[in-house]
Design a protein around this ligand. Structure first.
Ligand code: CAA
Length: 285
């Protein structure tokens, strides 16, 4: 199968890696060479680790990389499906969907990896709303089992079936959900993270205390503040705003401390600082 993946950040790169590892041909697109190169670099480092662990041969690693073609603009792509994994802003996503509608074959499916934005609204920017769907992978994509599949109001059954099969074929477990703000994953996860930030803001506990309570007390693999840093605080804020505005309900109001961190450019792991400091850590994207 031929895929275009728009956005070479942590999600786009992860999706590209998984698709290429399942022998699909991938065009990985971002706005400039440095950004696409960073995405390819993340993939290479992940594949290198798999070689070190003896799960992949050098030859297989090379083959996976040859399945990924970097591009710096959306062009006429002869693909079966395009998956948008750009930043979590409506304006950016609408523009990408308009471009993909012009640049892919009329029968191609246009999917979004959005964490919360309305699939129905993205579909309305195209002339093919029945072919538009949400395909929400979890981070880190190579590791996490789930793909939330979101039906927009006009999504056809054929589009749903195709996307569900693709998720299975990529070794993931698809779960069908409806198109309401945050879907299921972020309707439940993000208010928990936001509440943890309120607990910090109100001085209930230190970041370490809050995270340790949730790790040891609830068996979460990461505490909510560490997870927020890992997801990106800008993304967390964008999702809280979608919930807050989408439901017009103050129970989803983003914590002022989250807004302040984002205003400071403290986006979490990717910027080197969030609730924790990452400047000394060599590491993983
Ligand atoms: N990319 C690729 N592989 C990675 C990785 C990354 N960024 N991070 C870890 N891994 C792999 C490791 O290579 C390792 O693989 P093996 O077991 O096969 O050797 C495995 O994951 C476990 O890694 P570690 O032993 O280093 O660390 P860990 O046991 O602490 O697990 C974790 C790391 C999987 C990230 C775990 O901490 C975890 O599950 N955290 C929660 C993740 C989560 O909640 N994700 C959802 C976020 S929400 C989202 O994505 C959607 C949204 O809309 C916001």
């Amino acid at each position: 199968m031929k895929l275009a993946i728009i956005g070479a950040g942590q999600m786009g790169a992860g999706i590209a890696q998984v698709a290429a590892s399942h022998h699909h041909s991938v065009v990985l697109v971002d706005r400039d060479e440095a950004t696409v190169a960073r995405g390819i670099d993340v993939i290479e480092r992940n594949l290198n680790r798999s070689v070190e662990k003896g799960r992949l041969t050098e030859e297989q690693r090379g083959t996976v990389l040859t399945h990924i073609r970097p591009e710096i603009a959306i062009k006429d792509f002869d693909v079966d499906i395009a998956i948008e994994a750009a930043s979590e802003t409506l304006k950016t996503k609408l523009e990408i969907f308009r471009q993909l509608d012009q640049s892919t074959p009329p029968a191609a499916i246009l999917a979004s990896n959005t964490s919360s934005i309305s699939i129905t609204q993205l579909a309305a920017a195209t002339q093919r709303p029945e072919l538009v769907i949400g395909m929400h992978f979890m981070n880190p994509v190579p590791v996490m089992q789930l793909v939330e599949i979101i039906r927009g109001i006009a999504t056809s059954q054929a589009t749903y079936d195709f996307t569900e099969n693709l998720a299975r074929e990529l070794g993931k477990t698809p779960v069908e959900v409806r198109d309401f703000p945050g879907f299921v994953s972020n309707r439940v996860l993000m208010p928990m993270i936001n509440e943890a930030i309120y607990a910090l803001y109100e001085g209930v506990g230190s970041p370490e205390a809050i995270d340790t309570v949730m790790k040891l007390g609830m068996n979460h693999p990461m505490g909510p503040l560490q997870l927020a840093d890992f997801i990106g605080l800008d993304t967390c804020l964008a999702i809280m705003n979608v919930l807050y505005e989408g439901f017009s309900d103050t129970k989803y109001r983003p914590c002022p401390l989250l807004k302040q961190y984002v205003a400071a450019g403290w986006y979490g792991k990717k910027s080197g600082k969030g609730f924790y400091d990452y400047t000394a850590a060599a590491g993983r994207a």
